[in-house]
Design a protein around this ligand. Sequence first.
Ligand SMILES: [Zn+2]
Length: 282
Amino acid sequence: MNILTFDIEEWFHILDNDSTKTEKEWSNYEYRLDANMDRIFELLDRKNQKATFFCLGWVAREFPHILKKIDAMGFEIATHSDRHQLAYEQTKDEFKNDLESSINSIEDVIGKKVSIYRAPGFSIKEENKWVFEELVKQGIEIDCSIFPAKRTHGGFESYGHAEPSILNIGDVSLKEFPINLFEMANKNLIFSGGGYFRIFPYWMIKSMMNRSDYVMTYFHPRDFDPDQPMIENLSAARRFKSYVGLGTAFTKLERLITDFDFMDVSQADNIIEWEKQKIITL
Ligand SMILES: [Zn+2]
């Protein structure tokens, strides 16, 4: 099962830096999302592939036409928070308000209920696992935020499972689609999105895809935009992760969705026999 997903945010929504943290700074930057989305729409249409788009509430307000187009093309829309803040840096109230605003903004544009979520930067970890209870309170039924490995920000290594599972916490439960891991030489590799996808050569990605039963991809419009400006004052590590491989990533995506069949999150949800999946209690 290969699931295709995109996190719909602008090129400047890069985490781990202070110069692009809030909406006030974003107004200083050019918008590149229209052109970057057109490239993705054209490709998916040409290859006839399904995908889920995790959109920021901010995107729904600034670019309502993009959400309308995603919806009109028959793609699924989910939420990626409102203003792309790391969930573990938010208080419960801040998280609650941000999520509410995101869901309202998206539902206002497409007139459909939002029930699928992914945290910015996979920022749910042991310390802020209360987030899951708030998600359920606000009508989220499927979460795609677990990154079951170590990570600069976020990462929930102790979740211990890199396949669709039932997540129980307190009195509530939801369906979890974590990022998949690929075990090689006793190391768990990630290859299905972001900087990882841009770094690995395609033949290696293809080989790992062929040997994986479950793949959850996560791409961003900026992953395929080699002409985007570079944010200044990023740490060396962040700069590498954010800008490596931009020039070849689109060709790799094209090859990936030519060589493999993908589905969106709801299609995956429908074919999974949930009663046979692992139950994880946090
Ligand atoms: Zn994001």
